[in-house]
Design a protein around this ligand. Structure first.
Ligand SMILES: Cc1ncc(COP(=O)(O)O)c(C=O)c1O
Length: 488
């Protein structure tokens, strides 16, 4: 693997204007440290040479030399022979995002649980179960092992891809027990221990962890709150020599960013050149909230793409039904691998999904209106109560990705728990560490509950802020340990 690099102009853009309240070298070192700690400059990325950065920032060479020296000393960069200055994290702050699996927990009624970016079942789900039950008897005569999936569902999923702009036939679809299960089958079929996989950071922790536990080596690619920076992604792809790139181009979890068609084409081009297979997680693809033309599925830009999808967010997580869409030639290997994990998804749930897709292939208009109202209620409450917490209103998806004014996300999440609000801090979404300044706020509950959630969050943020001021800014402020596992 060569080392991915950032061009000087991009570093200048990420840094923004340097504050003039401290020596210039300190301001530069602080800015770069924050970007690395936050995961906005991925660990393992080469920073520009001193000379190039001097030119891009319009500062003196000594400023850059001293800033790099300070960063080396504090462990935020290392000087590597032949690789220049490379972003790292100090020992003890690495490894977040692997082993950070999120899963549901029981919570008392007065606690607002926003660890899970998923909604209750939409109206009409129970009726779909009834209709599916009526269709079930024709399957009862068989053994019920449909390892590729119920044929009508494979047809319906293929048709949906075709409608969305990626012509697909049913024999390219393998039904799974959800997207994570699909990804596990893909990983086992196509990747081997020690293979390198590029993974977005922030990204969905359970998938990153599945890859990590499968013995793969993960290399992070940064996703900004507004989306992907094409040269940065292309450089990471070219440098990593990775077997695969795991991406969530549609309403990315947790940022909500949507990769436009032109960018999909550019990323697909870089992947083809590098011989890296796109693994595309489309779990959230149908959660568009704004009226704008949807980009085509990533597979429309890259014939070799392997996509995993799911009914969990579009319809209901309890269906436990998802799929893999892959080129024909890959299906037999996927089938072999899947047959050693489980032998098929439950028939009844697949029939329910056929029913649901027949009436509404994407989310229902009601669900869309509800999510939009909840997103907007959360946004309005945040702007009023926490004006220095920044966020981009995403065009879809299920969460706001909040940037705190300081690196205290885990403390804020712990303080929020004391206030009866469960949320996940940024480090849970990081690959290779960082993201300590971010918090994910899923807008999956009613507007009133979201407003109350922001009220509790505000109390938590202010508590951490006050404790920080009282301690002079240096100390950890919350001693209470976060309780165990949180959710998807
Ligand atoms: C990006 C992404 N992929 C996969 C999943 C899980 O999907 P499934 O329930 O189909 O396994 C989630 C759920 O949070 C998700 O956000």
């Amino acid at each position: 693997m060569t080392t991915p690099s950032l061009v000087p102009g991009r570093v200048a853009e990420l840094l923004g204007p340097l504050p003039d309240d401290r020596p210039a070298y300190r301001a530069l070192a602080d800015g770069l440290r924050l970007l690395v700690a936050d995961g906005r400059i991925a660990t393992g990325t080469r920073l520009p040479s001193e000379r190039d950065l001097t030119g891009a920032l319009g500062v003196s060479r000594t400023t850059v030399t001293r800033a790099y020296a300070a960063l080396r000393e504090s462990g935020y960069v290392t000087a590597r022979q032949g690789s220049g200055t490379v972003a790292t994290l100090p020992t003890g702050r690495r490894g977040l995002g692997t082993g950070a699996v999120l899963y549901p927990a029981e919570v008392p009624d007065d606690v607002i649980d926003l660890t899970c970016a998923a909604t209750r079942a939409p109206a009409g789900t129970a009726e779909a179960y009834e209709r599916a039950l009526a269709a079930l008897p024709s399957y009862l005569a068989g053994a019920g092992y449909l390892t590729l999936g119920v044929p009508e569902l494979r047809e319906a999923i293929a048709d949906r891809y075709t409608q969305r702009g990626a012509p697909t036939s049913a024999d390219q679809i393998l039904v799974t027990s959800g997207a994570v299960a699909g990804l596990a089958s893909v990983t086992r079929a196509l990747l081997g221990i020690g293979d390198r996989v590029l993974v977005e950071s922030p990204g969905y922790p359970n998938s990153a962890d599945a890859l990590h536990r499968g013995g793969l080596r993960l290399a992070p690619v940064t996703v900004d709150p507004t989306g992907w920076d094409t040269p940065t992604v292309a450089s990471a792809i070219a440098a990593a020599n990775a077997r695969a790139f795991l991406t969530i181009p549609d309403f990315h979890n947790p940022t909500g960013a949507l990769m436009p068609d032109e960018q999909r084409a550019a990323v697909a081009h870089a992947l083809k050149r590098a011989g890296t297979t796109p693994l595309v997680d489309e779990t959230i693809a149908e959660i568009a909230l704004d009226d704008r033309p949807a980009p085509r599925p990533f597979a429309a830009h890259h014939a070799g793409a392997i996509s995993v999808g799911s009914s969990s967010k579009t319809h209901w997580g309890g269906l436990r039904t998802g799929w893999i869409r892959a080129p024909h030639k890959v299906i037999p290997a996927l089938l072999d691998s899947r047959a050693t994990l489980d032998l098929g998804a439950p028939v009844l749930e697949q029939l329910v999904l056929v029913e649901l897709m027949r009436t509404t292939p994407g989310i229902t208009a009601t669900r869309r209106a509800e999510l939009t109202a909840s997103r907007d209620a959360a946004g309005t409450a945040l702007r009023a109560a926490l004006p220095d917490v920044r966020f981009v209103v995403p065009p879809g998806g299920l969460s706001l990705w909040l940037e705190l004014p300081w690196t205290r996300a885990d403390e804020v999440a712990a303080a929020a728990e004391d206030e009866g609000l469960l949320i996940a801090g940024g480090p849970r979404f990081a690959v290779g560490g960082g993201l300590g300044r971010w918090v994910r706020l899923p807008y999956v509950l009613s507007p009133e509950t979201m407003t109350e959630a922001v009220r509790r969050l505000t109390t938590a943020v202010n508590r951490v802020r006050e404790a920080e001021t009282a301690s002079g800014g240096g100390r950890q402020t919350t001693t209470r340990r976060r309780r165990g596992p949180l959710v998807a």
